[in-house]
Design a protein around this ligand. Structure first.
Ligand code: SF4
Ligand code: SF4
Length: 350
């Protein structure tokens, strides 16, 4: 028997904006959504589930992840119910459900908790700098060790268990049968989506935003590789130094444009900004900018006398790695790619 949560729409409001009472089920949103077909009514099915409080059905569904927030449904809604934002709110809610630590839900629902977490981590980095008497060499050494440790720890103990949990809820518990060979055959879909997020191309006015996302993902992943594995801050290789400058510049230029759109609210996706959206773009912008300036200070030989610059860079990095990547909006990139993968597996099984 379906479990009904009569408080569901109130709970969902903590994750975004949606006026469930405004919807009178006219179907305009489904008519314009390119994802709708005879079997699946986007986004109306999720609207009905939400209004009825069918939590388990929403958890078992991959639909919220298939939506790329083109905003067509919200523009067409005669009641301004904003169904596109409902799908976004459901993605945040699902993120909290997949996360075994419970921290995603806490940080999404409480701005105080998020700000406290940022402040505590900044304080710890400053304390560590003071402990090392603000000497650049040991601070940079441990900063680099932290990068490697954080990647391994966050992936192994948080992201991987959460992806397995997502798979369990959406595929196993919901009774979707799939053979090993289907999982194997669909692997290409996972890789393509992870690097290109190509589904966003389905939205008519989204081509440039898709392009920005695409080069941002490439810039971000390659800067991660350049900093952690090619040791960008210590290398003497001119090729690696220039590569790092280019990658970090891509990140702060593209994210500056994202921030600009969020301030102007001139795109469907930037009309409603949850604090987690702001944290994501601002921290990514600061990651690119502080990394760029830190390397510049190294190249003009002034970092030794301006250790504060590396401390600022480290604070941004630690907050990014321990808050935004495991519990914030960064996870959407991962869950969406896996949702596309599982969706393809289901398609292959017919
Ligand atoms: S277009 Fe608006 S009112 Fe009509 S079904 Fe969709 S959300 Fe409801
Ligand atoms: S935002 Fe776009 S893709 Fe998502 S449900 Fe609305 S029309 Fe469909």
């Amino acid at each position: 028997m379906a479990r009904i949560n009569p408080e569901f729409t109130d709970e969902l409001k903590k994750y975004g904006v949606f006026d469930a009472n405004a919807c009178y089920n006219c179907g305009n949103c489904t008519a314009v959504c390119t994802l709708s077909d005879e079997e699946n009514s986007f986004p109306r099915k999720m609207i009905r589930y939400s209004v009825l409080g069918l939590e388990n059905e929403i958890q078992a569904s991959l639909d919220p992840w298939l939506c790329y927030y083109c905003g067509e449904c919200s523009t067409t809604c005669p009641r301004e119910a904003d169904p596109g934002e409902l799908m976004m709110s459901l993605r945040r809610w699902l993120t909290a459900k997949y996360d075994w630590t419970g921290l995603s839900g806490l940080l999404y629902k409480s701005l105080t908790a998020s700000i406290s977490a940022f402040v505590v981590l900044a304080g710890l980095v400053i304390w560590f700098g003071a402990y090392e008497q603000f000497k650049l060499e040991p601070i940079m050494h441990y900063g680099h060790l932290f990068e490697m440790f954080a990647i391994g720890f966050v992936f192994t103990f948080i992201l991987l268990p959460n992806i397995i949990h997502m798979w369990w809820i959406t595929m196993v518990k919901s009774g979707k049968k799939a053979s090993l060979s289907a999982y194997f055959k669909a692997l290409g879909e996972l890789i393509v989506h992870m690097f290109t997020q190509k589904r966003a191309l389905g939205c008519d006015d989204n081509q440039f935003r898709w392009f920005e996302h695409f080069i941002l993902v490439l810039g971000y992943l390659s800067l991660l590789f350049t900093t952690v594995f090619l040791d960008w801050f210590s290398t003497q290789s001119i090729f690696i130094i220039i590569l790092g400058y280019v990658e970090s510049a891509i990140i702060f230029v593209v994210t500056f444009d994202f921030v600009r759109h969020r301030i102007k609210k001139d795109q469907a996706i930037s009309k409603n900004s949850h604090p987690s959206d702001w944290f994501f773009v601002i921290w990514l912008f600061m990651m690119g900018l502080t990394a760029f300036i830190t390397r510049l200070f190294i190249d003009i030989n002034i970092l030794d006398t301006n250790v504060w610059m590396y401390i600022v860079q480290l604070i941004v990095l630690v907050q990014w790695a321990l808050i935004i990547v495991p519990f914030g909006k960064w996870t959407h990139f991962l869950y969406r790619s896996f949702a596309m993968y599982f969706h393809r597996v289901i398609e292959l099984e017919g």
